[in-house]
Design a protein around this ligand. Structure first.
Ligand code: ATR
Length: 271
């Protein structure tokens, strides 16, 4: 029987996950279906239970249900617990396994696809919300020379420093505190570009050869990547690669095979 998977979110109509997972399944010769489910805002658990009982094997979870998904998982991974959110559920015989593949997706996209090793690099994350929290642990695990977090409200960055202290040291502050910081990698994890405001990047953020990475993606160059280029970043990449890479990690958790992301990313970029 064909195995069923789905992504649940609200809204969900524009999700690229069904196309990505259909491409993975073709590529890996896996017999599965992957659908998009609009989760009622007050009915996430019931929607997950209904899918599971109709034979679903696993789900991706997106906005605004990632926190509830973590609570629902009775076997959460450490990285999901530290992220405070789960984006992947697997329905096992002994319960619901929950993971968060966003951070490892980011790492793999930067390290493997873009060929930019993170070990011994100076890394700055802009933002201290859910998106930032989800990537801290996988970034620390790459042993950077420095991992810093700049946030508009410094207290939120300070809370992340405290939370992640058992895993490694974070340098935190406001944007201005990192002027002249000379980072090899600057990751935009703010939601600023989703609105009309652009970030006020302090001068001297980028070291020679630096990569600017926007976790957001859109048509054409994002505002952050445009600003970063103007301020001397040598390379830029948006979050479409991360989207495909986090999906590949979910696919791996469900199916035990890790699909090639490059060809699927090319497919999305062409479409
Ligand atoms: P997400 O889950 O996408 O991370 P979030 O938890 O609401 O969303 O966090 C949004 C992040 O973007 C925060 O770090 C926020 O900064 P504050 O904590 O100071 O609010 C940041 N952000 C949003 N708009 C911004 C802007 N115009 N300039 C700077 N930071 C911004």
């Amino acid at each position: 029987m064909t195995d069923r998977y789905a992504v649940i979110g609200n809204p969900i109509a524009h999700s690229k996950s069904p196309a990505i997972h259909a491409a993975f399944a073709r590529q890996c010769g896996q017999d599965l279906t992957y659908e998009a489910i609009l989760g009622p805002l007050d009915g996430f658990r019931a929607a997950v239970a209904a899918f599971r009982h109709s034979g679903g094997r696993g789900m991706n979870v997106t906005v605004p249900f990632k926190l509830e998904a973590l609570e629902l998982a009775d076997k959460p991974t450490e990285r999901a617990r530290q992220a405070g959110a789960a984006n992947t559920l697997r329905f096992d015989a002994d319960g619901i396994f929950g993971d968060n593949t966003d951070g490892i997706g980011l790492v793999r996209d930067i390290r493997d696809r873009l060929g930019f090793p993170l070990c011994d690099r100076r890394i700055l994350i802009l933002g201290a919300g859910g998106a930032a929290r989800g990537v801290v642990l996988p970034l620390l695990e790459e042993s950077p020379a420095l991992l810093a977090i700049a946030n508009r409200s410094v207290d939120k960055a300070a809370a992340l420093k405290t939370q992640f202290a058992p895993f490694g040291e974070l340098l935190v502050g406001g944007f201005g505190d990192f002027a002249g910081g000379g980072f090899d990698l600057v990751i935009n994890a703010t939601s600023a570009s989703l609105g009309t405001q652009s970030l006020q990047l302090p001068a001297g953020l980028f070291a020679a050869g630096a990569l600017a990475y926007d976790m957001v993606y859109g048509k054409g160059e994002t505002p952050f990547l445009r600003d970063a280029r103007a301020q001397g970043a040598a390379r830029g990449a948006d979050g479409l690669g991360m989207l495909v890479a986090q999906a590949a990690e979910s696919f791996f958790l469900w199916r035990g095979v890790r699909p090639d992301t490059e060809s699927v990313l090319a497919l999305l970029q062409g479409g």
